[in-house]
Design a protein around this ligand. Structure first.
Ligand SMILES: C[S@@+](CC[C@H](N)C(=O)[O-])C[C@H]1O[C@@H](n2cnc3c(N)ncnc32)[C@H](O)[C@@H]1O
Length: 254
């Protein structure tokens, strides 16, 4: 089961909100070249293009399914398939924007300074990553992955703590940034429909795990996960499910 743009976009407005909150803090007036790293289905690259219409905007992602969805509606944006762990631009750019993607990569202590090195002087690195890994939505994934007959296969794929402490990013970015903003926001989403938290993580956190499971194992895995989530996330009186999601933001200027 590769990345599925339809599943991901099921919570589009909730997922878009932090992306726009990040963009609102980028005080770049003129840009010639912009990249959206881990662009997914491409809706944010389109927003970047409308904010800086004269800029060459490139969306980069590893998932062909995501890139196909992105390319279908935006011919004025370049789409590139690449692994972000190896990606580098052809020339320095004015803005590197990465919403909800860099937590899929390791070695942030070297990754973040390296990305700063791809900017033009005065350019910006703008990043948002989830910091929800200690909450029930994520802990239940780890619990079910460890408990079933699939544990040996899934254990190496578990990303229990992929985002470091804010102070770590401060230490890695301060030496190369003339200006730096870091902040964290806890969003309270009110999700609709049955088992909505499982539907949410199915579009993101669960993708590599579902891919590693045999088809016959996916149903039992999801059933155990949903059972844990029902206890942790009961619907409110209106039938909607409150879902706290903490996100960490950085805007660094070279
Ligand atoms: C949660 S989605 C975010 C998509 C988009 N930035 C957004 O905010 O809507 C994460 C994206 O990162 C991509 N991704 C994850 N690891 C990657 C890697 N190593 N190289 C390139 N893309 C990667 C996935 O394919 C997916 O499209």
């Amino acid at each position: 089961m590769p990345w599925d743009p339809i599943q991901y976009l099921r919570f589009n407005s909730e997922r878009l909100r932090p992306a726009l909150d990040l963009l609102a803090q980028v005080p770049l007036e003129i840009a010639e070249e912009i990249v959206d790293l881990g662009c997914g289905p491409g809706q944010i690259a389109k927003i970047l293009k409308s904010r800086w219409p004269l800029a060459l905007v490139t969306g980069v992602d590893r998932s062909l399914e995501m890139l196909e969805q992105a390319a279908a509606s935006a011919p004025d944006i370049q789409w590139r398939q690449a692994d972000l762990a190896e990606w580098r631009p052809d020339r320095p750019v004015d803005l590197i924007y990465a919403n909800a993607s860099l937590h899929w990569l390791n070695d942030h202590d070297t990754l973040f300074p390296r990305l700063m090195g791809y900017l033009n002087p005065g350019g910006y690195l703008a990043v948002q990553m989830p910091r929800n890994f200690d909450r029930a939505s994520h802990q239940a994934v780890f619990e079910v992955a460890e408990a079933g007959p699939w544990s040996d296969r899934l254990r190496p794929l578990l990303r229990r703590n992929p985002v470091a402490e804010p102070e770590d990013y401060l230490g890695w970015l301060s030496p190369c940034a003339q200006h730096l903003e870091l902040w964290q926001t806890d969003y309270l989403h009110l999700l609709e429909g049955p088992d909505p938290v499982a539907a949410w993580t199915k579009g993101s956190l669960l993708v590599p795990l579902m891919e590693a499971l045999a088809e016959a194992e996916r149903g039992p895995f999801l059933a155990s996960y949903q059972r844990l989530l029902r206890a942790a996330y009961p619907p409110d009186a209106s039938g909607r499910t409150p879902f706290w999601f903490r996100r960490f933001f950085m805007v660094a200027q070279l």
